[in-house]
Design a protein. Structure first.
Length: 356
């Protein structure tokens, strides 16, 4: 069975796509975003997948790719078009190449026009394709910079995308209106720039008069993406160093019970249960400060800002919300105890109070 997730970066309106083969656990990711690497790596881990490749549809001008960071974190390899001009990739793709992940395949189709190195990735059964900035939902990528060529884009869409089955679902690299997916049949009929009876001359005239603003991050993004997202200073993206933490797809930093026991003297342990729970059968962790979740926002002054905080509750749900509240209040180093007091007790870590 195919594992498929469509992810979104609101800052750049970029879609990232994760595809995996459930039988083998092997996966690929299309168009990752630098600022979303923690999120994406957490999802890969939670789904039990092994990320083999990150694939770029083109050299982006509106965001920096997360390919290099994912390679550092997960050991994935980087692939993009040979015509991209980028350095640092593990594989340079040309038309009709295939990318394998488990028993599934993506076919590479060259679709220049937005840039010379634009690619579309087509799933082996032709049920879905990832069109990058060539064909958008009821629109198309711009052609006024980065070797843009409206005639080339018109040919790319009609020769490489519109010849797919009508039912083939199309997933673009961006959408600015909240639309998520379209199909070949829809775009061939309803795309106001490229569908219906629109000829190449019509499209060229349309695209020559868009009068769009210069992309805000172009001067930063393009040079970075020509190095596959490798930053000038190599780092792991600012991961916390005060304890071994994991980042969940929900956006929560978590600490395992054994790690909290090892670092207990270096952190503030915040118990957000009610008083009767704190003194109840599960007991509490030695040295924990009790501030019930309902009153936390009004009592944050009772917590030190120069010492990491680990939030604790019965099973990890309320304490996860506590970390969100603390972050909103300006606390930088906060984490949630995975599994709460139930797991702490189950693993035999020491408690005060409680029943045997």
């Amino acid at each position: 069975m195919l594992v498929f997730r469509q992810l979104f970066d609101a800052q750049s309106s970029t879609y990232t796509y994760l595809l995996g083969d459930s039988a083998t656990g092997q996966a690929v990711m299309i168009d990752p975003v630098f600022e979303q690497v923690r999120r994406d790596a957490a999802l890969v881990a939670e789904l039990g997948l092994k990320l083999l490749w990150t694939l770029e549809t083109h050299v982006h001008a509106d965001h920096v790719t997360g390919a290099w960071l994912l390679k550092r974190k997960l050991g994935s390899r980087i692939a993009l078009a040979r015509e991209s001009g980028a350095e640092g990739a593990d594989r340079y793709l040309v038309a009709d190449d295939t990318i394998a992940f488990g028993d599934r395949r993506l076919q590479v189709r060259a679709t220049p026009g937005h840039t010379n190195g634009c690619l579309t990735y087509v799933l082996d059964d032709r049920s879905m394709a990832f069109t990058g900035d060539c064909l958008l939902i009821r629109g198309s990528g711009r052609v006024d910079f980065q070797e843009g060529d409206p005639k080339a884009m018109y040919r790319s869409v009609h020769d490489q995308i519109f010849n797919l089955p009508d039912s083939c679902l199309l997933y673009p690299a961006h959408d600015y209106r909240g639309l998520t997916v379209t199909s070949v049949a829809e775009e061939r009929r309803f795309n106001p720039r490229l569908g219906g009876e629109i000829a190449v001359g019509d499209f060229t005239g349309y695209m020559s008069n868009l009068r769009l603003a210069h992309p805000k991050k172009m001067d930063v993004a393009v040079p970075a993406n020509l190095k596959c997202g490798r930053p000038e200073r190599e780092q792991e993206g600012g991961d916390p160093l005060w304890a071994p933490l994991t980042y969940t797809f929900a956006g929560i930093w978590e600490i395992q019970p054994h790690a909290l026991e090892e670092h207990a003297a270096e952190v503030q342990i915040l118990d957000v249960r009610e008083p009767d729970e704190f003194n109840g059968p599960l007991g509490h962790i030695r040295g924990a400060t009790l501030i019930p979740l309902g009153g936390l926002a009004k009592r944050v002054a009772e917590l030190a800002r120069d010492k990491p905080i680990v939030a604790v509750c019965r099973a990890g749900g309320r304490s996860a919300q506590a970390t969100v509240i603390l972050q909103q209040e300006g606390f930088a180093n906060v984490a949630n105890l995975t599994g709460g007091m139930l797991r702490w007790r189950a693993e035999g870590h020491p408690v005060e109070g409680g029943s045997a």
